[in-house]
Structure formats: structure tokens, C-alpha cells
Write a protein that binds this ligand. Structure first.
Ligand code: DQA
Length: 148
């Protein structure tokens, strides 16, 4: 069974409490359980991981390389906009990478318009709340099936 790793970055453990107008009221645990349920429906294994520590995120990505995960769905939070360390870690992988955001980053402050992962991601889904993650998981499964 294909394995998809969902990575949640800095501050995303605060979903549900943090700025509900922008991010809604679903908690990270609720998002993860929706991903798990959709993974079952699509016949893939989904593992979710969150950290607020940049180096830990890099180490988890290194482990994903060793484990040969089939795809990555990542919401790196603010790291998206500036972390070359996480970008370089992701670039080690050959598996497809789908970038997701709950909010519509291109309709927000200018610093959120830039993603340092853009060149290495298959694509980005932003602005659909929890649905961004679910669409991201579907996109990851499609990329695995397409063999890219
Ligand atoms: C976010 C958007 C980022 O700009 C922000 O720093 C986050 C969350 C989103 O899911 O909309 O922490 O990635």
C-alpha cells in the first residue's frame, strides 16, 4: 500500500484556536483524522507529523527518504516563505510533493506570496481550509498513480 506523509509545520498545532477567521475552527487532530479517513477510502496509508522545530522537520524528511515514502503533502506554515533548509531537505526526495495552505496565501500579505518550495513541488493548493489538505491528498494519490 502506498504511503503518504503529511507534514505540518510551525504553529499549525494551534489550528482550532489560532485566528479562526483565517484558519477556521478545526483542530489539527480533526484535520489528521479526516486525512486518515480519506486515505482509507483511497486505499493509501497516511501518516501525519507536526513540529515547531525546523531541524526536527528536516530530520523527519530525511527519514521519509530512508522509508521511501510515496508522496508528501506539506503545509509548512510560515517556513514555506523562507526556509531554505526545509526546501533543501525536500529536494533530496524523488517522491512527489504537494504544498497546501488552509488560507489563500496569494490574497494575503505580500510575504506570503512567495513559496521557497514552489520549484520543487508538483503544485500548490491554497485557500480551501481543511479541504486544501483533502484535495492535496487526492493530488498526491493521483501523482503516485501517474508515476510522477
Ligand atoms: C498557512 C499560511 C502561512 O502563510 C502561515 O504562516 C501559516 C499557515 C496556511 O495554512 O494558510 O502558518 O500555511
Amino acid at each position: 500500500m502506498a504511503k503518504i506523509l503529511t507534514l505540518h509545520g510551525v504553529n499549525l498545532n494551534m489550528f482550532g484556536k489560532r485566528d479562526p477567521k483565517t484558519y477556521g475552527t478545526a483542530t489539527l487532530a480533526q484535520i489528521d483524522s479526516q486525512l486518515d479517513a480519506l486515505g482509507k477510502e483511497l486505499g493509501v496509508e497516511v501518516e501525519c507529523y507536526q513540529t515547531n522545530i525546523e531541524g526536527e522537520m528536516c530530520s523527519r524528511i530525511h527519514r521519509a527518504f530512508e522509508e521511501k515514502v510515496d508522496a508528501i503533502v506539506i503545509n509548512a506554515g510560515a517556513w514555506t516563505h523562507y526556509s531554505y533548509a526545509i526546501r533543501d531537505a525536500l529536494a533530496i526526495l524523488t517522491a512527489p510533493i504537494v504544498e497546501v495552505h488552509m488560507s489563500h496565501v496569494h490574497a494575503r500579505e505580500e510575504f506570503r506570496h512567495k513559496s521557497v518550495f514552489a520549484e520543487i513541488a508538483k503544485g500548490q493548493i491554497s485557500g480551501f481550509g481543511v479541504e486544501s489538505y483533502l484535495l492535496g491528498l487526492r493530488a498526491a494519490v493521483a501523482a503516485i498513480k501517474a508515476g510522477k
